[in-house]
Design a protein around this ligand. Structure first.
Ligand code: GLU
Length: 376
């Protein structure tokens, strides 16, 4: 995709709304905002499919339970999410019904996305909902997800969902109207970026992460989402959810918000899963020669290039590949378990059998199972 004008061709769209947009502090779901959002989605949905990723479960639960602050303990947060999620869905049900649309609740955990079989199941369910003309409303299953292994924020979750359903466009509707070169509240010279072609280190430093009273993330998680979307071949727009009709304007190609163009070489579905969905179970450090062979020549990773092995993982699991400085630059499905790899690391191909005592693979990670993560 070369320009925003092509966005009008998008047929399958994932829209993400933040807690600050659909809830009011101390009140819970804001019926007017939700009504307007439903109207905006209904207006563009006629010849398109739309899935909504909505935050606001914990913020709504806080309001319903009269909690002044975001709960700190995990069970309290999970309890707040349980209360809030149903109240939120009730409001969506009412709002979309007015436009003749049915909604379906889809609560996902990181494991649903990280496990290949569950990932495919989730994908089939979402596609079936879209085929029925339903608006799936997705959130992380905060009530059962254990904090340490959560996706953690709905910006990243929405990018995973966009990749899962092979969306043509991801829209993050939020409180700010795009990505600025600096914080516009503090720096009068800050300007909004219209189109971002590549997410460079400079772009990444424009975003500082934060967690305020209600929302998780900030620009940092939005840029992580943009990286995932770009690598998945999905254009992403960050725009203000406060102005009505924003979705239609984005789809008309108007220069609203900030548009992140996808990479030309879109990863296939399986490689997208390896790169972003499956949490890495270990880390392999490789020497400079191997790093070059992988990144510049598209080769497989051989035992001779592996300098160290971190973590306990089984054969067939996803591991990170890091350079001498510890920077992760690739992920892949590993052919050996961690114990085997410790025995063959540094070995030449013809030495593998003698070191292991049996014949096995030549490659640690075959090129077909390897994804180079183009960060910048
Ligand atoms: N899943 C959380 C909720 O619904 C929000 C996560 C986020 O805002 O990114 O409350």
């Amino acid at each position: 995709m070369a320009s925003r004008r092509e966005l009008s061709a998008a047929r399958r769209i994932v829209v993400k709304v933040g807690s600050g947009l659909v809830t009011a502090p101390g009140v819970g779901p804001d019926p007017d905002r939700i009504e307007r959002l439903a109207g905006d989605i209904a207006a563009v949905r006629r010849d398109r499919e739309v899935a909504l990723v909505s935050s606001g479960a914990i913020a709504t639960g806080m309001a319903r339970l009269a909690l002044a602050e975001r709960p700190r303990s995990i069970p309290e947060k999970q309890a707040a999410a349980a209360v809030g999620q149903s109240a939120l869905m009730w409001q969506y049900e009412i709002a979309f019904k007015r436009h003749g649309l049915a909604v379906g609740q889809v609560l996902l955990t990181a494991q649903d996305i990280g496990d290949r079989t569950r990932y495919l199941n989730a994908r089939n369910t979402l596609l079936a909902l879209l085929a029925f003309g339903v608006v799936p409303i997705v959130n992380e299953n905060d009530t059962v997800a254990v904090e340490e292994i959560k996706v953690g924020d709905n910006d990243n979750l929405s990018a995973l969902v966009a990749s899962l359903v092979e969306a043509d466009l991801l829209v993050l509707l939020t409180d700010v109207d795009g990505l600025y070169t600096a914080d516009p509240a503090r720096d009068p010279r800050a300007t909004k970026l219209d189109v971002v072609e590549t997410i460079t280190d400079e772009i990444l430093t424009m975003a500082g992460g934060h967690e305020d009273g209600v929302s998780v993330g900030g620009m940092a998680t939005k840029l992580q989402a943009a990286q995932k979307a770009a690598a998945s071949g999905v254009p992403m727009v960050i725009a203000s959810g406060r102005e009505p009709g924003m979705l239609a304007r984005i789809l008309a190609g108007e220069p609203v918000g900030t548009c992140f163009l996808p990479k030309a070489d879109r990863l296939g579905a399986r490689k997208r899963w390896i790169a972003f969905a499956a949490p890495p179970q270990g880390r392999l450090a490789v020497d400079a020669g191997a790093a070059r062979a992988l990144t510049a020549q598209g080769r497989s990773l051989l035992p001779s290039g592996v300098t160290s092995v971190d973590g306990e993982f089984g054969a067939g699991e996803v591991v990170s590949v890091v350079d001498g400085g510890g920077r992760e630059f690739a992920r892949g499905l590993v052919n050996f378990d961690a114990a085997e790899l410790r025995r063959i690391r540094g070995a030449k191909t013809q030495e593998i059998e003698a070191r292991l005592g049996y014949k096995s693979f030549d490659e640690v990670i075959h090129r077909d199972n390897l994804v180079i993560l183009g960060g910048s």
